[in-house]
Design a protein around this ligand. Sequence first.
Ligand code: HXC
Length: 284
Amino acid sequence: MPLERAEYLSNVWKEGIFNGRVAFVTGGAGSICSAQTRALVHLGANACIIGRNVEKTEAAAKDIATARKGAKVIGIGGCDVRDPEALKKAAERCANELGGIDFVIAGAAGNFVAPISGLSSNAFKSVMDIDVLGTFNTVKATVPYLIESARRNQYPTADGLTGGRIIYVSASFHYTGMPFQAHVSAAKSSVDSIMASVSLEYGPYGITSNVISPGAIENTEGMLRLSSSKTTKAQIAASVPLGRWGTIRDIADATVYLFSDAGNYVNGEVLVVDGANWRLKTGN
Ligand code: HXC
């Protein structure tokens, strides 16, 4: 069953605000990144999603394409973000088949729950490699296309269409620390740090670079991996200051904001979308 618009996009956004734009999304078959991509496609963009699993990635691309009649969504499976050459080829294919790259979502990530005593060096390194090296490789492979897009779409554009933008999907638990997540916390801190460097290094080209940090988002692979079987859904909701789980729509809406004409002057920022959960943990 294809998702209804209300499940992945609020009704405040106008149709067509991403007409002719192209999004390149790593981890695009995952629950959060596929919703982000679906929202962009719904509002006019075409997209290329990257993943390791061929069948899963191709099926997700087909499904996301149903968000808008005439949408083109390419699924490039068998592409590991740890492999810079594979990513470079994927970016080339995206640009050749869809006409460029205007938006990048660096979303590919690895996660499992493990105490430090049960975490081998290789396990720690695997997550660091997927999240950190993968993010670096993604930026490196796509930035030549983003420079071109930002050049074509210099602020203020006549039609309000934007280009040359990056969003990194991070998390919010590493701002306070989280047990059994030393590997992921270290990786997500580094992702935030790459975002900051890119915002300064490529800001002068007109490229914006921002992090979205999701909190507890319901029905996502990340939360399935993180939730302990002893904690109920209601207990998790009650622990968030806003009293509810986040939704994939909350993350998709934040994405649309940052890529839209409304997000023109936001660069080098972390947009935490977690109902203020991380602040509660700091005692603020
Ligand atoms: C301890 C583990 C482990 C576990 C794997 N390893 N699972 N150690 N506890 N549960 C160890 C292995 O034993 C091995 O170490 C090392 O990790 C590498 O494992 P491989 O399976 O060989 O690596 P690879 O195939 O590259 O898989 C990477 C992975 C895997 C991260 C381990 O889980 C994966 O592919 N994940 C991708 C999908 C994913 O995680 N999605 C969730 C994203 S959500 P040894 O020493 O034995 O060689 C997300 C959200 C976070 O990130 C924020 C939420 C709010």
